[in-house]
Design a binder for this molecule. Sequence first.
Ligand SMILES: Cc1cc2nc3c(=O)[nH]c(=O)nc-3n(C[C@H](O)[C@H](O)[C@H](O)COP(=O)(O)O)c2cc1C
Length: 163
Amino acid sequence: MLDAPMIDPHELRNAFGCLPTGVTVVSMLDEAGKPTGVTVGSFTSLSMSPALCLFSLGKQQASARLFKEGTPFVVNVLSTDLEGLAWQFAKPLEDKCAGAELTESLVQAPRLKDAIAHFACHAYTIHDGGDHIIVVGEILDFDHKEGDALIFYRGQMQTSAPL
Ligand SMILES: Cc1cc2nc3c(=O)[nH]c(=O)nc-3n(C[C@H](O)[C@H](O)[C@H](O)COP(=O)(O)O)c2cc1C
């Protein structure tokens, strides 16, 4: 068996950052029933039937402890004009949602009013992913509208506006 290779986590992060990702906020309720959320770039589509999506969360993130099978949440796809929310939900703030316009969703989780797409889900399965958990969500409701998606690339925010 080969020895485990020496991997520099900082360089690995930089290499992962060469692939642009969309920027989402996953919103849910905390243990006290208060709206909260976390900025997530690992969101991806998974299955059409059943309708499934997935994202990963670092096990050390405070929000990771909120997810177990059945947990309701909404994935909010951010547009370029919502960059401020992307940075806000990426900070360990006491009130993550301060100033954010929230509306109700089909599930017991808030949604960000101005996102260009919403996927209202409950956690279908949770998987181990090393130092992350992988949350597979079953999509119960969704919507989308026009707008240029916010993109995260090499550590910076970009726009997906057509050339
Ligand atoms: C563009 C962007 C994408 C991110 N994507 C993820 C992700 O997919 N998974 C993750 O665990 N953290 C991700 N983060 C970091 C979290 O948003 C950040 O650590 C946040 O403070 C965690 O919130 P919490 O402590 O309330 O859980 C991302 C941050 C940014 C700026």
